[in-house]
Write a protein that binds this ligand. Structure first.
Ligand code: NAD
Length: 480
């Protein structure tokens, strides 16, 4: 069988040590890989490249399509961009997969029977990085959720569950509040779940879902989440399983994939032969499955489980009375390499099937809806915060096709009446609706803005209010 070319970056801090350890074990297990190295991270940033990755590195990544990456250090301040976010978005790595497993009684945990896989959407949500300062007092971020993005991640979660013999997929959203954004994610979950009658599906509102996950993780199997909730809850899940130092993760796209530990570069531990290489090693195990070497993945993972249950532990998981021997990074790697071919006796041995994730990212085409603009929200910088004066004045500017329906502040209606108890900031939203919901033209919207600007108001932004096949595509303000 021919070798698979992979790109490797040794990263910063403890990165080079844990990468050496990981590659030592992969070699001992007979991984059929050809390694191409790239330099990314701190040195590249400090040499003046604000992206932390040189152009030739992208070329290698795009050619090999498989990236094993040690953690890197992002220098503080100075406009440095997150290399992780750039890699995920540039290579279209839409699925972040983090198995969070407890290894009781060999690694201390309050949750001895936990085995949860977090599948986090990786490119959208508040991480799209679309933020604006609108007024002296108001900044905003766009929570971007798309239909294809949601469908792809949800389908990935179900495909993962099916390929890995998992029984249930749980979705967390907050669609009781964010009816359009989280509502779309939830809707796609329900739509895709129907295609997998062999797998149980359930949905929880994220707050109570998170509480249940932290309290009784044994009741969860695969959990699929939008980006922000996934970011937070995957760290919670890894931590309560025993240690963030033990978890690996994959970032999967249709063409490329990246594998890493979930922890950072731990600069204080660097160069001391102390760090635990397990997170990166388990990331490499996910890579071996992805490049269709499940046999090698099994050898590595079972050798690692054997080492852990024999009490050979690095400092971070070492515990008097539980562990047998405290070892450094190198010695740990040697211990795992020496156990290739062995299976754990108490912990359950793993068995892998080939699963090239991402190959099924179907996006169901939808017929374009009939879109009609039925109004416009005009955001106005209004430092005097006199809601009555603002509403009464701009009401007169609505023109013949529109009427001022309400003025709100931080999403609360404050005109025509407001309570003195309500706290106001300097940005107001004026909602104009077309009379009788007649469709407006782009020119009608521009004309309205023209009248408001001519009257001396400072518009910070506008949002068209559009119906899709008659259904409003905008939220209502909170009414008193
Ligand atoms: P960290 O994960 O590096 O460290 C958190 C704590 O965990 C520290 O006490 C550290 O000593 C310990 N730790 C982490 N990994 C360990 C291991 N393998 N073995 C033993 N102990 C381990 O998080 P941080 O201190 O917040 O970040 C340090 C740097 O890492 C920052 O520059 C940050 O930007 C970067 N970072 C990179 C990535 C990545 O490249 N994927 C992820 C997170 C943070």
């Amino acid at each position: 069988m021919s070798n698979t070319a992979i790109t490797v970056a040794s990263g910063d801090g403890i990165g080079p040590e844990i990468m050496d350890a990981t590659l030592h074990i992969l070699k001992a297990a007979g991984a059929r890989i050809d390694i191409e190295t790239i330099e990314i991270g701190e040195k590249v940033y400090l040499a003046g490249n604000t992206a932390g990755i040189p152009p030739e590195a992208w070329e290698k990544l795009r050619r090999t399509k498989v990236f094993l990456k040690a953690p890197i250090t992002t220098p503080q301040g100075g406009g440095f961009k997150s290399l992780n976010v750039a890699t995920r978005k540039t290579l279209g790595l839409y699925a972040n997969v983090r198995p969070c497993v407890s290894y009781a009684p060999f690694v201390d945990t309050k949750h001895p029977v936990m085995n949860v896989v977090i599948v986090r959407e990786n490119e959208e949500d508040l991480y799209a990085g679309i933020e604006y300062q609108q007024t002296d007092e108001v900044v905003t971020a766009i929570k971007l959720i798309t239909r294809p993005g949601s469908e792809k991640i949800v389908r990935y979660a179900f495909e993962y569950a099916r390929a890995n013999g998992r029984k249930k997929v749980t979705c967390f959203t907050k669609d009781n509040i964010m009816k359009l954004t989280d509502g779309l994610f939830h809707k796609m979950f329900e739509q895709v779940a129907v295609e997998y009658p062999d797998i149980v599906n359930e949905h929880w509102i994220v707050d109570i879902g998170a509480a249940k996950l932290a309290d009784t993780p044994e009741n969860f199997d695969v959990v699929v989440l939008p980006n922000l909730y996934g970011d937070i809850l995957s760290d919670v899940a890894a931590q309560i399983a025993g240690s963030v130092g033990l978890a690996g993760s994959s970032n999967i796209g249709d063409q490329c994939a990246m594998f890493e530990a979930i922890h950072g570069s731990a600069p204080r531990r660097a160069g001391q032969n102390l760090a635990n290489p397990s997170g990166l090693l388990l990331g490499a195990v996910l890579m071996l499955v992805h490049i269709n070497q499940p046999d090698v993945a099994e050898l590595v993972h079972n050798a690692w489980l054997t080492t852990i249950e024999q009490g050979i532990h690095t400092y971070d998981i070492y515990k008097e009375g539980v562990s047998r021997e405290k070892v450094g990074t190198k010695e740990f790697a040697q211990a795992v390499a020496a156990r290739v071919g062995q299976s754990p006796q108490t912990l359950a041995p793993v068995k892998y099937n080939a699963f090239a994730g991402g190959s099924k990212s179907l996006v169901t085409p939808v017929a374009p809806a009939l879109k009609e603009t039925v109004g416009v929200d005009v955001f106005i910088d209004w430092p005097t915060k006199d809601a009555k004066k603002l509403g009464d004045t701009i009401k007169e500017l609505a023109g013949s096709k529109l009427s001022l329906s309400r003025v709100s502040n931080r999403g609360l209606d404050v005109w025509p009446t407001s309570f003195p108890e309500s706290f106001l900031v300097d940005q107001f939203r004026a909602r104009f609706l077309s009379n009788d919901y007649a469709a407006l033209s782009g020119q009608d919207v521009v004309d309205l803005q023209g009248r408001i600007v001519a009257a001396g108001f400072n518009i910070t932004k506008t949002e068209n209010l559009v119906t899709f096949d008659g259904t409003p595509g905008y939220s209502e303000a909170t009414k008193k």
